[in-house]
Design a protein around this ligand. Structure first.
Ligand SMILES: NC(=O)c1ccc[n+]([C@@H]2O[C@H](COP(=O)([O-])OP(=O)(O)OC[C@H]3O[C@@H](n4cnc5c(N)ncnc54)[C@H](O)[C@@H]3O)[C@@H](O)[C@H]2O)c1
Ligand SMILES: O=P(O)(O)OC[C@H](O)CO
Length: 356
């Protein structure tokens, strides 16, 4: 059985460590917080982030990066997006030599876009770890609340990589009777779907907190998916990916569930909580706040129309209220719903670019 490492001992890192351990692998779970690591190693619980889980014996918890990384066959980054680059820089000295040693699979299971650069997480990892086409990143993404995975509820998820072989190895490591993994080649689509759905989940929480009902939620999720697809296609995603687990699947699970931290943060905003306190009060990462800013800025830069994202951006930057933002959205110019021909008009220039 393989030696596999998870970097980040929050709710998702802990749930994924459990999945791998239940498959018989030797798992090392790294926390950047020494006290937290020691408590988890002693009590075999992660009461701070995922209290229902008991770590199997074959999970070792450490705060020592060298121990975590040195002999790993797989290194899975599961830290908040804002910490990805820094953690990648920290592990660099302990990685094997790509030219001579067996190189570990580098993967991540986080969901976001880097602030200011708007890079996807796989791009940040590729940049920092000098990855090549021979060793591309694998992305694990899809509808998956850590709490439900910890409870052995049924989950289906996607492992995406430019290397089908690497994606299949990840599929093999993670797949259990209640954790089903599909492979996918569209890294751009899988990552943009996973990141941008957090914006819409935040919006769904805002709607619910403001008192709107199911019609509004369905409108938001459906038109939100149109926006996610539009931006995703503009950066090179396969449109069909947004119909899959990491697209509409993740949007449903996040925008319709009170398990979602993004939804809950939005709900508090809708209820009138001061915006600057919401993330801190949650005590866990709420990727949707930073992703809304990055998503809004990149849409502006690429001239992609994203009215819902813009409305949520204006609410969280306190330029407008949820009620005024919703009214503004409803009073936009009359539109037709997107048809296949519209999609073609987006795709054709992109296809031509690829051919040149
Ligand atoms: N929780 C879920 O259900 C779930 C499911 C799928 C994907 N994700 C994604 O996984 C990522 C991690 O989320 P989570 O739910 O585990 O978050 P969390 O808030 O539960 O835990 C975050 C972890 O990251 C650590 N951390 C914070 N700053 C750090 C830093 N600078 N360096 C190293 N570690 C740091 C924290 O100590 C904590 O252990 C996010 O991108 C999230 O969107 C979460
Ligand atoms: O709790 P959230 O909102 O961070 O969402 C968790 C996962 O991304 C759902 O797939």
């Amino acid at each position: 059985m393989a030696q596999l490492t998870i970097l980040g001992a929050g709710s998702w890192g802990s749930a994924l460590a459990m999945v791998l351990a239940e498959n018989g692998h030797e798992v090392t779970l790294w926390s950047h917080n020494e006290y937290h690591a020691q408590m988890m190693q002693e009590t075999r619980q992660n009461t701070r982030y995922l209290e229902q889980l008991t770590f199997p014996e074959n999970v070792t918890i450490t705060a020592d990066l060298a121990t975590a990384v040195r002999d790993a066959a797989l290194i899975n980054f599961v830290v908040p997006t804002k910490a990805i680059r820094q953690v990648a820089q920290q592990i660099k000295p302990y990685l094997k030599d790509k030219r001579t040693d067996e190189w570990p699979i580098i993967m991540h299971s986080s969901k976001g876009l880097e602030q200011k650069t708007y890079l996807r997480i796989s791009e940040v990892l590729t940049e920092e770890l000098n990855l090549t086409e021979e060793h591309p990143v694998v992305v694990l993404s899809g509808p998956s609340h850590a709490e439900e995975v910890a409870n052995h509820d049924v989950t289906a998820i996607t492992a995406a990589s430019q290397s089908l072989e690497a994606a299949e190895r990840v599929q093999q490591y993670f797949m259990t009777d209640d954790f089903r993994v599909y492979t996918n080649r569209d890294v751009i689509g899988v990552e943009t779907g996973g990141a941008l759905k957090n914006i819409i989940a935040l919006g769904a929480g805002i709607l619910a907190g403001t008192g709107y009902g199911d019609n509004a939620k369905a409108a938001l999720v459906t038109r939100g998916l149109a926006e996610i697809s539009r931006l995703g296609i503009a950066v090179g995603a396969d449109p069909l990916t947004f119909m899959g687990l990491s697209g509409v699947g993740d949007l449903i699970v996040t925008a319709t569930s009170s398990h979602s931290r993004n939804w809950r943060a939005g709900y508090q905003i809708g209820q009138g909580a001061p915006i600057d306190t919401v993330e801190e009060q949650m005590g866990m990462v709420v990727e949707g706040m930073a992703t809304t800013i990055a998503g809004y800025e990149v849409a502006q830069k690429l001239h992609v129309e994203m009215p819902i994202t813009t409305a949520i951006y204006e609410v969280i930057t306190e330029q407008t209220t949820p009620q005024a933002a919703i009214q503004q959205l409803m009073r936009r110019d009359k539109k037709g719903e997107v048809h296949f021909t519209d999609l073609q008009s987006v795709l054709t220039p992109l296809e031509q670019d690829k051919g040149e």
